[in-house]
Design a protein around this ligand. Sequence first.
Ligand code: AMP
Length: 288
Amino acid sequence: MFKLIRKIEDLNSWHASNSKAIGLVPTMGNLHVGHLSLVNKSLNENSVTLVTIFVNPKQFGPNEDFAEYPRTLERDCELLKEELDKFSGKELVVFAPASTDEIYPDGFSTIISVNGISEILCGADRPGHFDGVTTVVHRLFNISKASTAYFGQKDYQQVKVIQRMVLDMGLQIDIKTLPISRDEDGLARSSRNQYLTTEARQMALTLPKTLSQIEKLLTSDSWLNSGVEINKILETSLSDKRWNYLEIKDANNLNEVTPNTNKVVILGAFKVDKTRLIDNRLVKINYA
Ligand code: AMP
């Protein structure tokens, strides 16, 4: 069964008649194969899946693309119905607030802010971004009453920030992270890819290619032995202003790599024209 809900009060009425565990997939819409892989997993694991579609103004900076962000609700619903059709006996509810007031009613004044981890990498480039994310995600966790929420590894730092919030606030929700879905040329799928011209897309491939290059060095030698080669790549890349950052961190907590680190994440943010793209690779390492 498919249902589209546009108002909080209707969502609450629906809750009153639902007794099944809910899997939540929070999105900003303009769905692609990456989003649908999360929905598919939730449909697989839960009787009821709630997909939220909300372009959250609080996570966009003043000069970012909030106004232009693609809004395609009708098409999104069609894609979700197709995904639901692959299953029998499942329920898929889309909550797409009719207006921002549904999420942030008049007088809304609470900000959920996770210190430290929200301030590095994307947080350093986009001040306040993660406060916007945690504020909306905390609210979506509450209004969805979900027991499991599905996120993409593509936004690696986002998942880490949310996991920290869940731990710190003692939220009763299980966070699951799913692999990055890529186009055939290796570019991670993103709603923002459609802003790219053919030429810009070619340039954008610098991001996954550089991550792969570093990944290869890390898998073929130890952390210490691969250091010189990797530092050369980091230095050359970062002298190119299109890179917002390119860093290797402990995959557990995004701290610096130490002798105790056994898994790292290579994270990059790369800007082509006005389009900012992010990507990452998880790699098991031997320190020495
Ligand atoms: P967004 O609509 O961009 O806020 O993304 C909603 C969810 O889909 C987030 O958990 C993202 O990490 C996830 N997502 C976006 N792109 C991809 C992708 N290429 N592969 C897997 N998950 C993704």
